[in-house]
Design a protein around this ligand. Structure first.
Ligand SMILES: [Mg+2]
Length: 176
């Protein structure tokens, strides 16, 4: 079976621009390229799990999300990702019921790529990410990017680890 790192996209790999459909606004989070290189060398599949409610809300199209993802990959210098799962649901009117903190997208990835979730990690900047990883049976890591660390400690589900430094996160995972 494979082991994987599941990754949130916005404010984890690229800086969050709400409902971004413009590739020109894509900026990498510092240190992410080096960390992904290390994690991949250590045998982890890298899979993005992203809520993109802007599609369900009619603010951006799936094609725009794809163009933003393509630009992210171009800026990273290579395609590190085995797959990218996005949930387009508007939380008010869900169609697929796949939005994090639901583990649905992680389970789809598990079934598609034969992943052992107990040896896998979920990294994201929000409470929903920590919960999604927990709900799927992964170890969750809270990426403390910008002011998203404000809520740390007030949630029921605590992450297995938390840091705002990609290098420290990669080292922690590789020490497991
Ligand atoms: Mg995020």
């Amino acid at each position: 079976m494979n082991k994987a790192i599941f990754l949130d996209r916005d404010n984890t790999i690229i800086k969050d621009v709400p409902y971004n459909g413009d590739p020109a606004k894509v900026e990498l989070v510092p240190g992410v390229t080096e960390a992904l290189t290390i994690l991949q060398k250590n045998g982890y599949l890298l899979i993005i799990i992203s809520n993109q409610s802007g599609v369900g809300r009619g603010m951006i199209t799936k094609e725009q999300v794809r163009l933003v993802n393509d630009e992210m990959i171009r800026k990273l210098g290579k395609n590190y990702f085995t797959d990218i799962f996005i949930c387009c649901d508007d939380p008010e009117r869900p169609v697929e019921n796949c939005r994090k903190p639901s583990p649905e997208m992680i389970f789809r990835a598990r079934d598609k790529y034969d992943i052992d979730l107990s040896r896998s990690f979920f990294i994201g900047d929000k409470e929903e990410d920590v919960q999604a990883g927990h709900n799927a049976g992964c170890t969750s890591i809270r990426f403390l990017y910008n002011d998203n660390n404000k809520g740390i400690g007030k949630y029921n589900i605590k992450p297995g680890f938390a840091s705002g430094d990609w290098r420290i996160i990669a080292e922690w995972i590789c020490s497991k």
